[in-house]
Design a protein around this ligand. Structure first.
Ligand SMILES: Nc1ncnc2c1ncn2[C@@H]1O[C@H](COP(=O)(O)OP(=O)(O)OP(=O)(O)O)[C@@H](O)[C@H]1O
Length: 584
């Protein structure tokens, strides 16, 4: 019990951690004002429903009495109330949705900010610390959290007020019932209240018993559908590799397996729902007659008029509905709990990452006294393993062209990541001169989806360079045919060949004219002539740019002033050493 309380209080704390920031943000007054209006409208709906029920009773009384004047009067009253109800119901939903989107927009901005700041998105991925699918957290869970938090809290308030109002109405309508018990006459005051409570609690309990597996089954269904969809997306993303290797049979088997789970689970949902609908339909039908049946004796005895009978029946229905909300609410609560837990997991992972970034030993970034790149006493490590992967000491003077070589997996790309400042794992110092413009060209350049112009000018905006300059850069790297397609939208990563994508990246470098250019096997997909042409272009067009390349081909040495190589030291750790050879 104590541990259960601890779990609940921890969960509520988590909810508070997620909820508080918006309600105390710069938007707080607008948000609180909007919430106050929505609460008032919700209470307004309950109030008007109570009034409507009473007018409804009076209409039947007028009918019974054949009092046409009173009948018309009550009808007009009913019409006025119904109009008010419609207006309140419309704005209750409209303002609720307005608050949802404002809150969600604020939270999304904040989560996106946290995710992008300090390359958190990258570090979370390389450290792999338990936050799967951050995209789902930001796109779906934030929406779910906002929607469920509002619907649960407002639902709680509205149903509580409805329950109290209609219980009071039922109490005043039902009078007391006298039942013979052990030869005595026992009076049960407000007996309809007890009957309604029994009926609602009993019925909902039975529905809960029959439909209980549904919560789990629905949860599983979402997961199986997502797994199936993900397998299809993987095929689309890796279409070429799979087609080349003839992996269709394997993939097809995977699809069939995953889809079979979707179908199996669906059958279980169907069976459970069938049982539930048998019950709920019967329960719903009986609910129309049941209160009439129970209250009828007092009507026939003349104790209450027809209107009171009808009003009793309506109030009974409202009580039953409100109570069912409380008992059924567990499904939404489970959903809310899962969503909140996923969001809080993401929030914690980001906080922890920030904390370790602040406190854990890591590679220091410090610009040296001059304009050189300095890598000093660097011990590169992996995120999960503090043992050194590569030791490096390197100074590169401005204007130099240096080639880095070494065995596959020896840590060359990781060294570049450290120089770029996105790899903090390890010790030592790395410093690029402050204010220097650096550009990194990886082996597989990123191609944003959109126009070719946007792909060539990336990471600057598409209009950052004159159209003529962009066209000229594409022609220079040997892609004249693309120069006329700058405004064509496409999935360029799939449309262009590997070598063409690498040439687009070179065109980027020509446009941006960085002071420092880092090339990580940036010409590996090009033929030797194209590679030579690209490096010659760099020398001609960017004579002042310092170049540091990673590459395996010996032909690359001709385009560099010197070469450094990663070699395995006596202790098995890679060490970066200068290679004495005539190059250039
Ligand atoms: N996020 C990571 N978590 C664990 N290990 C990693 C991670 N990133 C890289 N590694 C490992 O670090 C080692 C060095 O990788 P790196 O990419 O720097 O090698 P490389 O010298 O550039 O290789 P190649 O020449 O094949 O490109 C590899 O063994 C790789 O598996």
């Amino acid at each position: 019990m104590a541990s259960r309380i601890a779990v609940i209080s921890r969960f509520l704390k988590d909810v508070w951690t997620l909820t508080r920031p918006y309600w105390s943000s710069e938007e707080r007054w607008a948000a609180r004002g909007l919430l106050a209006v929505i609460v008032a409208l919700n209470l307004g709906v309950v109030f008007i429903t109570v009034q409507l029920t009473e007018v409804n009773g009076d209409i039947f009384n007028a009918l019974q009495e054949k009092d046409q004047g009173a009948f018309v009067h009550q009808l007009l009253l009913f019409g006025g109330l119904a109009l008010a109800y419609i207006a309140v119901a419309v704005y209750r939903l409209y303002l609720n949705q307005m608050l949802q989107i404002r809150w969600r927009r604020w939270l999304t901005e904040r989560y996106l900010g946290d995710w992008m700041a300090g390359q958190t998105y990258y570090r979370l991925q390389v450290t792999g610390n338990g936050t799967d699918n951050p995209d789902q957290r930001i796109a779906e869970d934030l929406r779910g959290f906002v929607q469920l938090t509002l619907s649960l809290t407002l639902g709680f308030l509205t149903n509580l007020v409805t329950l109290i109002s209609f219980l009071a109405m039922l109490w005043s309508l039902s009078g007391s019932l006298t039942v013979p018990l052990f030869g005595m006459e026992v009076a049960i005051p407000g007996y309809m209240v007890w009957v309604a409570l029994l009926y609602a609690v009993g019925g909902t309990w039975l529905a809960h018993k029959i439909g209980r597996p549904l919560a789990r089954l629905n949860f599983d269904q979402q997961r199986y559908e997502a797994d199936f969809r993900f397998a299809l997306v993987r095929l689309r993303e890796n279409a070429e590799s799979i087609a080349l290797q003839g992996g269709e049979a394997q993939e097809r088997r995977r699809f069939t397996e995953r889809f079979a789970r979707v179908v199996d689970n669906w059958w279980s949902i169907m069976r459970t729902q069938k049982g539930l609908v048998w019950f709920t339909s019967a329960y719903g039908q009986v609910a129309i007659i049941f209160p009439l049946l129970v209250a009828a004796p007092r009507y026939f005895s003349g104790a209450v008029p027809l209107g009171a009978l009808m009003q009793t029946s309506q109030a009974f229905g409202q009580v039953q509905e409100a109570l069912s909300w409380f008992i059924d609410g567990y499904v939404s609560l489970t959903d809310w709990h899962a969503t909140t837990s996923r969001l809080i997991g993401f929030h914690r992972a980001v906080e922890e990452l920030r904390e370790t970034t602040r406190t854990a030993p890591q590679i220091a970034r410090a610009a040296g006294p001059d304009a050189a790149l300095r890598v000093e006493d660097l011990d590169l490590a992996l995120p999960q393993d503090p043992a050194p992967l590569l030791r490096a000491d390197l100074t590169v003077q401005p204007g130099e062209r240096v080639l880095v070589t070494g065995a596959s997996g020896s840590g060359k790309s990781t060294l570049f990541r450290a120089v770029a400042g996105i790899w903090p794992f390890g010790r030592g110092r790395v410093g690029l001169p402050s204010g220097a413009e650096a550009m990194f060209l990886p082996q597989k350049p990123y191609m944003p989806i959109g126009s070719l112009r946007a792909a060539v000018t990336y990471p600057s905006a598409p209009d950052a360079f004159a159209g003529e300059a962009v066209r000229e850069a594409l022609e220079a790297v040997g892609l004249p045919a693309l120069a006329d397609r700058l405004d064509e939208d496409d999935h360029w990563a799939q449309r262009l060949s590997g070598g063409e994508q690498q040439r687009v990246a070179f065109a980027r470098a020509l446009l941006h004219k960085p002071d420092w250019l880092f090339l990580d096997e940036a010409t590996s997909a090009c033929d030797p002539e194209t590679e030579a042409r690209l490096y010659t272009l760099l020398a001609e067009r960017l004579p002042g740019t310092t170049v540091l390349s990673i590459g395996h081909r010996t032909s690359l040495t001709a385009f560099h002033d010197r070469r450094v190589e990663v070699r395995r030291g006596e202790d098995g750790v890679g060490v970066l050493r200068a290679v004495q050879e005539a190059v250039g």
